[in-house]
Design a protein around this ligand. Sequence first.
Ligand SMILES: NC(=O)c1ccc[n+]([C@@H]2O[C@H](COP(=O)([O-])OP(=O)(O)OC[C@H]3O[C@@H](n4cnc5c(N)ncnc54)[C@H](OP(=O)(O)O)[C@@H]3O)[C@@H](O)[C@H]2O)c1
Length: 273
Amino acid sequence: MCTQILLFSVIMLVSSIPSSSFILNKRAFSSRKSVVTSSRGSASLAMYDKIFVAGAARGVGRIVVEKLSSQGKQVVAFVRRAEAKEELEQLPGVTVVVGNALEQKVVENAMDGCDCAITTLGTAPTDVVKHQVDYTGNINVLEAAGILGVTRVVLITSIGCGSSRDAISDEAYEMLKGALLAKEKAEKALVRYYTNAFWTVIRPAGLLTGPATGQAVLTENTKVCGAINRADVADLIVRAIDSKSTFQKVLSAVDPSASRFNFGMEEFQAVSL
Ligand SMILES: NC(=O)c1ccc[n+]([C@@H]2O[C@H](COP(=O)([O-])OP(=O)(O)OC[C@H]3O[C@@H](n4cnc5c(N)ncnc54)[C@H](OP(=O)(O)O)[C@@H]3O)[C@@H](O)[C@H]2O)c1
């Protein structure tokens, strides 16, 4: 259990370091066997065409933008650093808006004309005020969506928030508490006030950087934990956009094949996308 506690914390902390400097812990990790079953009856049609992505400069958000662009979607990529603009603008269908997510009107102006909003905003290690964006930045995206009538909203938070609190250890929770509580507040606002919208909350497990395994899943099970590659989270987000089976659901994103890092995954049902 102690190893699991430390591992989750290490993944969460280390994964905020750029990919090139991430060194995977090679130590063998004994995992419990995981069994994934799939729920039936999902319906998926391409319903959304112009998608706003906050947190688009790097990590999960960046991969989401690349995937949507490759699918021929129109994307508004919201970034705060001008350096990210040039690269992202090379992608077909991508318009880049540089701005601070802490400024509501700036977010709202950028989102105008979109029919779906995704936020992967999170505190960077360089941020002086910690965890401000995890609540205020995310709330600004949600509020802009409410004002503009954007009814499809996908909020990325983390396992450890709200009902998934017990999926991580007390030690890991204490270490990550600032970000988790801030994200949880944003989750609560979305669930409470957007009752007529098609929202989805996705809580990833500890993030790793590496090629997609293609084995990751979304689940309503709040006990699962472990690790998942950013590329797999991005793939799940993009598939979830048009999938009715994710509407008005709070889902954990986990990868049972990342077995060295998995715990708490004995048996659970995956959402069919
Ligand atoms: N690390 C983990 O193990 C873990 C586990 C579960 C969930 N999560 C969450 O999953 C999400 C994706 O994580 P990630 O590691 O792929 O991404 P990330 O590196 O945390 O990227 C967050 C993005 O938000 C942007 N951002 C932050 N403050 C902003 C502001 N005021 N205005 C505009 N943009 C702002 C950052 O811009 P800059 O590039 O300019 O900094 C960055 O592009 C995050 O919400 C993260 O907290 C992380």
